[in-house]
Design a protein around this ligand. Sequence first.
Ligand code: SF4
Length: 106
Amino acid sequence: MASVSGGDAVDVPRFSRHDVTTCNAETRLMAGPKLKIEIDRDECIADGACAVDAPGTFEMDDEDIAILKSEITDDRETILEAARNCPTEAIKVIDAETGETLFPED
Ligand code: SF4
């Protein structure tokens, strides 16, 4: 896993918890590739696919519901692919700079 050490300027995605839009969604703003990722907990069926497809972004909590890792290390396309492969479209990916919803597509 990538990390920042010694105060060096390293281009590693860093994340901070962003506003939670509903009580059942976890949202995080991705500071590197500038993605906002939301998981709708009500839609998650706990198959773990996203945690396999993008293990640097998603993990399962103790209720077997997908959550976002505190430090996200996957690239943009890996995250988008995991969202596309979610069987219930529980994962929403937004370009944080433009506000465009990258997935699900209209
Ligand atoms: S792929 Fe979708 S349904 Fe499966 S664990 Fe992840 S969020 Fe839940």
